[in-house]
Design a protein around this ligand. Structure first.
Ligand code: SF4
Ligand code: SF4
Length: 297
């Protein structure tokens, strides 16, 4: 079968998009010659739901988990942030790899569950509906492709518990896709909105504090009962975080604003912007003056 052009010749991703009905031949089991080879050299991006599962598994806060087990990266230049697993010190292996296999198997991240399949989510401009396709990852060291077990990608996703994982990270994926496809019409998000994105998506325990704070209560009119239910449930709070970000990043208002507080906030933002513009104009004038003095010399 002819293949389309390969944009990254050394990439292990087979450059063909397939649907969930596609049949793969693959099996990974203890005793296979390449056992743990894939976990010895990792590059694993985490979804917000992965972070939530892992911090719960380890019994630590999301803030501690992020600090200890992840490194941030930019999904797009100067744009929104993602987080990746931090490998062992001075090495490339996963910190959860054990001789008998994955030390956190029940809570392993989405990317580990999908392997050797890669999820490709796409969306049209101004749509939130994402369309999933898949690609197959073929790495020379992985002998799982040589095992004669045929399974559709749809069944493989079920087997690996991916349906829940994908459902609970969908709101995040849709935000990322919308940001990526909105391009210059939305522009580079401010530092504040990038910080909010990071906190709301990955640092759920800090987001809980943020939602509990008096300032949040002054700005957003969230019924007390709904708020208490959110604060008591990490998964519900994460889904609320995506809703909150749609409002903050794309102006899709689904959380009622306190009109008076919103007006006060708008005035403050406008005042701050005015001060910043004046300061920038002052700096430009000083630079021009300095440039003129140099020319006279
Ligand atoms: S989390 Fe588990 S499956 Fe994933 S790389 Fe680490 S050891 Fe391997
Ligand atoms: S078969 Fe592939 S996925 Fe399984 S241990 Fe070997 S390299 Fe890893």
């Amino acid at each position: 079968m002819s293949q389309p052009d390969i944009p990254f010749p050394n990439s292990p991703v087979v450059p063909t998009m397939v649907e969930g009905t596609h049949v793969i031949e693959f099996s990974c089991h203890k005793g296979i010659g390449c056992w743990n080879a894939c976990c010895s050299n990792i590059d694993i991006s985490l979804t917000p739901y992965d972070v939530l599962r892992l911090k719960t598994r380890l019994g630590i806060s999301s803030t501690e988990f992020l600090k200890e087990y992840t490194v941030p990266y930019e999904m797009e230049k100067d744009s929104i942030a993602g987080v990746k697993f931090r490998p062992v010190d001075a090495g490339t292996a996963c910190r959860f790899m054990q001789p008998e296999g994955c030390g956190i198997y029940q809570d392993r991240p989405t990317a580990c569950r999908y392997y050797p399949v890669a999820l490709l989510s796409m969306r049209r401009q101004d749509e939130y509906i994402d369309r999933d396709s898949y690609a197959i990852v073929r790495e020379d060291h992985c002998k799982g492709h040589e095992v004669n077990r045929r399974i559709t990608i749809a069944d493989y996703r079920k087997e690996q518990g991916l349906e829940d994982y994908d459902d609970l990270a969908r709101g995040w994926r849709q935000l990322v896709l919308k940001k990526q496809s909105s391009g210059p019409s939305i522009g580079k998000p401010s530092l504040r909105s990038r910080q909010l994105f990071f906190m709301a998506c990955y640092d759920i325990d800090r987001f809980r504090e943020f939602v509990s704070a008096e300032s949040f209560g002054r700005l957003f009119e969230l019924p007390q009962e709904e708020k208490q239910a959110l604060l008591a449930d990490d998964v519900a709070l994460l889904q609320f975080a995506f809703r909150f970000l749609r409002q903050v990043m794309f102006g899709e208002e689904s959380i009622a604003l306190n009109a008076e507080a919103a007006q006060e906030r708008l005035v403050k933002v406008q005042e701050k912007r005015l001060i910043e513009e004046r300061e920038a104009a002052g700096r430009r004038a000083q630079e021009e003056e300095a440039g003129g003095a140099e020319e006279e010399d």
